[in-house]
Unconditional design. Structure first.
Length: 374
């Protein structure tokens, strides 16, 4: 059953019911469990875990139960990929591992997923580095507006960079893999054909995309994806910077009127899949190897899923009758010039902090050149 399983059992028992399904998606908080009550019962969990070992026979025969917090809704293609990853882990370990998915931020909301993994609220978590701005300074470079052509390139490059640089800022978790969406576009409630049209727009953006919005003349509004639909619908924001897949995956195409192809300054948002260090270290070596093998395979699967989702997102807004605006070459050059200071500011800031931002950015650009030439 393991520590996490014992924890959930005690909490559920206190509230009158034990969990009945390993893979049901739920909300632990909805069982009336506060963080304070969780903390005060840790010793009881430990006692129960020991009791299970003493009374229930060989603990090694019991499945290792892990929780997985994901900010995507369960119907999103990236949540479906995460679900497939979890099931593949279970199959290759012959049922020795069981992973419960908590989708849609039901266990920890998007900005809290990483810390939730560090603190053991979930064993595994998926969310965006950008949702906790400043916590991952070097990795902010992954999201720069360097003109990513597609999600596969962005995903491969993100994993290459983490593998090469081994950033200290993620050393408090086990990074299983990273994936990243295709080029960010500007989806708006009114037409944008030139930089002048961006002036004064309230633009939903996160992390470095907020600086992109600002450099283009807009006013960035920090907001994660689950809140963007209503903000666009109510006019709290005029536009959103996002991959085009978001317009279908989060249904935001319903509440915008125009899509501006800004792939010339295409940024990405890199997303982590990380595991609690204690949970990782307690896994047997052969199971750790399976986690690594499956995670390596899912890098490509997520990249393919992002590109498929972008195609479907474009088809979705076209079916809704939304206008797609293409910038001409001269206008694209103006947009690229506008974001150059964002790149320069990043390298300067990293240098001041003693981090290799310049070489990090150069490596990203070199890899982009490789992918474009293929």
């Amino acid at each position: 059953m393991g520590f996490h399983g014992a924890f959930l059992s005690i909490m559920a028992a206190e509230n009158g019911a034990l969990p009945t399904a390993t893979h049901t998606k739920g909300n632990a908080m909805s069982q009336g469990i506060s963080y304070m009550r969780m903390a005060t019962r840790l010793s009881l969990v430990a006692v129960m875990a020991l009791g299970l070992t003493a009374c229930g026979g060989d603990r090694a025969e019991r499945p290792i139960q892990l929780s997985y917090s994901i900010f995507f809704p369960p119907t999103h293609i990236q949540c479906e990929q995460a679900e497939a990853w979890a099931r593949e882990i279970e199959e290759r370990t012959d049922g020795r591992v069981e992973i419960t998915i908590y989708a849609g931020g039901s266990l920890t909301r998007a900005p809290q997923v990483y810390e939730g993994v560090v603190n053991g609220i979930s064993d595994i978590g998926m969310s965006c580095f950008a949702y906790t701005r400043g916590q991952f300074p070097l990795l902010e470079g992954l999201d720069l507006p360097v003109g990513y052509p597609d999600g596969m390139s962005a995903t491969r490059i993100a994993n290459d960079m983490i593998q090469k640089y081994q950033p200290e800022e993620v050393a408090d978790t086990r990074v299983l893999y990273v994936h990243a969406h295709g080029p960010g576009i500007l989806a708006t409630r009114r037409p944008v054909e030139t930089l002048e049209d961006v002036e004064g727009l309230m633009i939903r953006a996160t992390g470095l995309s907020a600086k992109v919005a600002e450099s283009l003349g807009g006013t960035p509004v920090a907001m994660d994806q689950p809140d963007a639909y209503e903000a666009l619908q109510r006019g709290v924001v005029d536009a959103t910077l996002c991959p085009i897949e978001t317009l279908k995956g989060w249904r935001q195409g319903e509440v915008i009127d125009y899509v501006v192809d800004t792939s010339c300054v295409g940024y990405t948002t890199s997303m982590f899949v990380v595991m609690n260090l204690d949970a990782w270290n307690q896994l047997p070596a052969d199971i750790q190897q399976i986690f690594e093998e499956v995670s390596d395979e899912w890098i490509e699967k997520h990249g393919e899923a992002w590109d498929q989702a972008d195609r479907e997102g474009r088809e979705f807004v076209e079916e809704l009758g939304k206008d797609i605006i293409e910038l001409d070459e001269a206008e694209q050059a103006r947009w690229r010039a506008r974001v150059e200071p964002v790149l320069a500011e990043y390298t300067t800031r990293m240098s001041e902090r003693g981090l290799p931002g310049e070489s990090f950015l150069e490596d990203i650009q070199a890899k982009l050149d490789e992918y474009r030439s293929q």
